[in-house]
Design a protein around this ligand. Structure first.
Ligand SMILES: [Zn+2]
Length: 436
């Protein structure tokens, strides 16, 4: 994708206010159950992400992705079940032996054979899953709730006896019977499961449903609560956030949100959301500038581009275009930015070569080019010319710079206005720029 026609903004001035403006709608008293300042990320690019249509990760790639995620500081890395294939089993062994700071999990069916395979690979914990919705009970495994509960308890006790962490999750939780679910979560909590998981497997849940569900679950179990949200209807980040507000402790993410169908909560998007809730917690715990690297790594491997509107790293995520915005951004970036790009290792841009441009942004470019003889009136005059030319087509930054430099040189001989009159089409600037 072509880079934007922009100018990096010179914003290092010490007198420029830098504090974000706090929303008047922030809750006055924090929810006592809320974990927005104390949450953990279970990064499942190497499990859920393997279910993305284009994904094929060989061992070397998996190791590279695991190390990048570990560098960001995610709490857990979840891997494809060792029961899936010989290679998957081998990859669990390899990644478990890397000595990462993140704990390594694998995601298996709630079945003793799978769990034994998992434990043999050397992982730190086992994430077991079982379908409980009436659809799955009817059309997939055909098991009763009593049977499911009994299997779950056996499996959990076995994993715990081996000294490993264990999570029990239901599948398609939001289309399962709430009474059934609470009964099984209560039963596994009683035998000491470390986490229970809820999964919006089909992406049907909305934030209010999630809040109610997690709040109810929170009042029934003492263990941690992990949440997994699919993004079929665009709620994956909002659902994750509201789950944490209601008392969930762990959120599943993947890089760029890749996964089954259109995927799950994206790592970068969740971090952007959580940063606005508790910047200090997020910045102390996670190495945010690494997000871009791992996204590029995964995008290359699954043969997609990072979307233009991606959180933080989309090519225009910090590009300001409208003239009035640019003026305010120059005075105080918080006016039109809730994320500080420098916290994520990316740059802010003010786009100036278009018909919506304003003279403050052009003046800022004049300062960057150190064309010190030009005053505010000059900036206004050149801005009018940019608008006139950009009504024909947008100018790139080189074209704008060429216009400013020619105007600046001509001003020494008082021919600057003649220079402007002589340029009637962006093509003339294009030719002059190419010749320079
Ligand atoms: Zn999933």
């Amino acid at each position: 994708m072509a880079p934007p026609r922009d100018t990096p903004m010179n914003d290092n001035s010490p007198d420029r206010p830098r504090e974000p403006i706090v929303s008047p709608y922030m809750p006055r008293y924090p929810d006592p159950m809320s974990n927005i300042s104390n949450f953990k990320i279970i990064e499942t690019t190497l499990r859920e992400g393997e279910q993305f249509a284009n994904a094929f990760f060989d061992t070397k790639t998996k190791v590279e992705i695991a190390k990048s995620l570990d560098a960001i500081g995610v709490d857990y890395i979840e891997l494809t079940s060792p029961a899936a294939s010989e290679q998957s089993r081998n990859d669990c062994r390899v990644i478990s032996s890397l000595g990462l700071k993140a704990k390594v999990l694998t995601h298996v069916r709630c079945h003793m054979d799978d769990v034994k395979l998992a434990i043999d690979t050397g992982v730190d914990g086992v994430n077991v899953v079982m379908g409980t919705s009436k659809y799955l009970r009817e059309f997939s495994h055909g098991k009763s709730m009593e049977y499911i509960t009994q299997r779950a308890i056996e499996v959990i006790e076995f994993v715990k006896s081996k000294g490993l962490e264990v999570r029990f999750s239901t599948e398609d939780s939001f289309r399962s019977d709430l009474v059934d679910l609470l009964a099984i979560y209560k039963a596994v909590d009683k035998v000491g499961v470390h986490r229970v998981g809820i999964a919006d497997t089909v992406g049907c849940a909305d934030p209010r449903q999630v809040y109610e569900f997690v709040k109810t679950l929170r009042s029934v179990v003492n263990c941690d609560i992990e949440c997994h949200f699919h993004n079929d209807t665009g709620c994956a980040i909002a659902n994750a956030y509201t789950a944490l507000e209601a008392g969930a402790t762990h959120i599943d993410t993947t890089v760029l949100g890749i996964g089954e169908r259109n995927g799950i909560t994206p790592l970068g998007g969740l971090l952007a959301r959580m940063y606005t809730a508790d910047r200090a917690y997020v910045m102390n715990k996670y190495d945010l500038p690494q997000i871009r690297d791992v996204e590029n790594l995964v995008a290359d491997n699954v043969d997609v581009n990072v979307p233009f509107n991606n959180y933080i790293t989309g090519f225009c995520a910090f590009t300001h275009k409208a003239g009035i915005h640019a003026k305010a951004i120059l005075n105080n970036p918080s006016t039109y930015e809730i994320l500080k790009p420098e916290d994520f290792g990316v740059s802010r841009y003010v786009s100036i070569g278009h018909r919506l441009t304003g003279w403050n942004a052009v003046k800022n470019r004049i300062e960057q080019l150190q064309l010190n003889d030009l005053n505010d009136d000059d900036a206004k005059t050149v801005t009018q010319k940019i608008k006139e030319l950009a009504d024909i087509r947008p100018l790139n930054l080189d074209n704008v710079d060429m216009l400013l430099r020619r105007y600046h040189t001509a001003k020494k001989t008082s021919t600057h206005i003649d220079i402007l009159h002589g340029i009637n089409n962006p093509d003339q600037l294009e030719i002059a720029t190419a010749a320079a």
